[in-house]
Design a protein around this ligand. Structure first.
Ligand code: 1HE
Length: 268
């Protein structure tokens, strides 16, 4: 359990995930530390179940790795047993599970430490915000294992770091440090040692207070708009802006600002 926050009575432990509620934030821990949180079929099913059943009063999810690592990626011991057809089905299953994260009703924040490798990096890419501590490192050893990414990495990762950087990682086995990771777009936050989970929980608590329509717009509309042709995108933006600002929540919040009852924007 992360420091400073007592879990509620609704906390649940399962073998493959640790799940805890801290206020409006659901903390989800990958829990195979002896295997560096390698992603086997069981843990993928547990993630699918967890993200299918996000309680209505949860406002953000933080996903992290139990032990010193986020995830060593695909459980390679399961790969040995798959033929080509099973491989396709497996990859598409991963796509569906990670889509549940990307298109989650609430923001998902990944707290990263240690190995963020292969499928572990693909999982992290499906989150909306990534926070790393200095121990985190990023790698795609698929190239040296004779395989390819299969969890949406070739779609999501180039949008963060660019195709050339991803190709280099896969071809040469290049490993990026946490410091390089924040510079090159793998993550948005770099914390002090051991601070990723607490920072992610702090961010989770904050984003959970946003107007639900704002979070919807950022999670569901923004990525679609960014991929659309400009004219379609601009129209979608106008429609989304109109829906958001006509919501009572927006009116209340803007009134609070005009009445000097809410925080101003200040430089950091
Ligand atoms: C694993 C896995 C795994 C560890 N599958 N069992 N991913 C990789 O190619 C990364 C492979 N793992 C490693 O390079 C290292 O294990 C780590 C850098 C992550 C950690 O090193 P270390 O020294 O802390 O631990 P370790 O002793 O190597 O591993 C501890 C145990 O975890 C050990 O098992 P044990 O029974 O001997 O104790 C390891 O075998 C086991 N383990 N990683 C299975 N990945 C949808 S496509 C996605 C494609 C990919 O993700 S490819 C990348 C796969």
């Amino acid at each position: 359990m992360h420091s400073g926050n007592a879990p509620s009575a609704a906390d649940a432990e399962s073998a493959l995930l640790t799940i805890a509620r801290v206020g409006a934030v659901l903390s989800v821990g990958l829990n195979r530390p002896a295997k560096r949180n390698a992603l086997n079929d069981g843990i993928m099913l547990a993630i699918r179940q967890c993200f299918t059943d996000i309680p209505a009063d949860v406002g953000a999810v933080v996903i992290h790795g139990v032990g010193g690592h986020f995830s060593a990626g695909l459980d390679l011991s399961e790969l040995r047993e798959r033929d080509a057809t099973e491989g396709l089905v497996h990859s598409q299953t991963w796509h569906r599970v990670f889509d549940l994260i990307q298109y989650c009703r609430v923001p998902v924040i990944a707290a990263l430490q240690g190995a963020v490798i292969g499928g572990g990096l693909e999982l992290a890419c499906a989150a909306h915000i990534r926070v790393a501590d200095p121990s985190a490192y990023f790698a795609l050893p698929e190239g040296s294992r004779g395989i390819f990414v299969g969890g949406g990495g070739s779609v999501r990762l180039p949008r963060l770091i660019g195709v050339a950087r991803m190709a280099d990682m896969m071809l040469t086995g290049r490993v990026y440090s946490a410091t390089d990771g924040v510079v090159h777009g793998f993550t948005q936050y770099l914390t002090e040692a051991g601070g990723a989970l607490d920072k992610a929980m702090e961010l989770g608590a904050r984003v959970a207070t946003n107007a639900p329509l704002t979070n919807f717009a950022v999670l569901q509309a923004l990525p679609m708009i960014a991929e659309a042709n400009p004219q379609t995108g601009l129209l979608m933006e106008s429609l989304m802006a109109t829906v958001a600002q006509s919501d009572q929540e927006a009116k209340t919040r803007i009134r609070a600002f005009l009445d000097h009852k809410t925080a101003k924007v200040r430089p950091t």
